[in-house]
Design a protein around this ligand. Structure first.
Ligand code: ZN
Ligand code: FE
Length: 257
């Protein structure tokens, strides 16, 4: 049973920010801080006071507004360690397996490197919510910039084993329309995917978000989580390959799609 209130908003061209608010303690966490003005406007809109920021990774579109957002307020900023510009302002450094308490709820920290080497995902088991940053998207996964394909496959496998199907997934970008087009190119007979493509087209035609998603939906439709699926393997002529090899083929096709 969720006890927190979630507010998702758009910034930049396709980024999502999320505020997590506990009505009992009044504490509010921001997921990332890519745009100080957009986050402050979202806080003002809801009438919430910021107490925490959870940083997923160092990229500018997730960190550029941090200094502006926390200026003059008493905020704990939790995130990865590192010496990139985006790491400036993080006050509590986290690594894999760490946990902390936000407004009475346990937050489990998972490192999911691949897109970047510093990527953290934040899982709140009591809320059945996970913030996957640029690791897991709706029907997609992050482009692999700093790690390699097997590393990204490991990270996605970690999410698949840690997160129950009902887990609500908040990710950081509205890439779903492009992702579903690609997904259909490698998994064209998947009826759940075909149905979801229609839902996505309807939502986007009204400029509505396709995020959050759920682990169950992703397991059924996200080709990057479906490396063991026999239809995808047959489609790619990779029946005897390892899951990591199938994932790598799918990821490289997406890079060139
Ligand atoms: Zn990124
Ligand atoms: Fe990003």
């Amino acid at each position: 049973m969720s006890s927190f209130t979630y507010h998702q908003f758009v910034y930049g061209s396709d980024n999502y920010g999320v505020l997590v608010h506990d009505p009992v303690t009044g504490q509010t966490a921001a997921i990332d801080a890519g745009d100080g003005a957009a986050y402050k406007a979202a806080l003002a809109d809801k009438g919430w006071d910021l107490s925490h920021v959870f940083i997923t990774h160092h990229h500018d579109d997730h960190t550029e507004g941090l200094a502006d957002l926390v200026a003059g307020v008493d905020v704990e900023v939790l995130g990865p360690k590192g010496d990139k510009p985006g790491h400036a302002g993080i006050t509590t450094h986290l690594c894999n397996g760490d946990h902390f308490v936000f407004a009475g709820a346990r937050v489990e920290v998972m490192e999911t490197p691949g897109h970047t080497l510093d990527m953290l995902n934040f899982y709140l088991p009591s809320e059945e919510v996970c913030f996957t940053g640029d690791t897991l998207f709706a029907m997609g996964c992050g482009r692999v910039f700093e790690g390699d394909y097997p590393m990204m496959w490991n990270s996605l496998s970690k999410l698949m084993s840690a997160l129950p199907e009902q887990t609500v997934i908040y990710c950081s970008h509205e890439y779903t329309e492009a992702n579903v087009a690609f997904a259909l190119s490698v998994d064209p007979e998947n009826s759940a995917l075909i149905a979801r493509a229609k839902t996505v087209a309807e939502l986007r035609s009204r400029n509505e978000p396709t995020i959050p998603t759920t682990m169950a939906e992703e397991l059924a439709t996200n080709p990057f989580l479906r490396a063991s699926d026999k239809d995808i393997r047959a489609f790619l002529s990779l029946q005897t390959a390892s899951d990591a090899e199938v994932f790598s083929e799918i990821r490289s096709r997406k890079d060139n799609f």
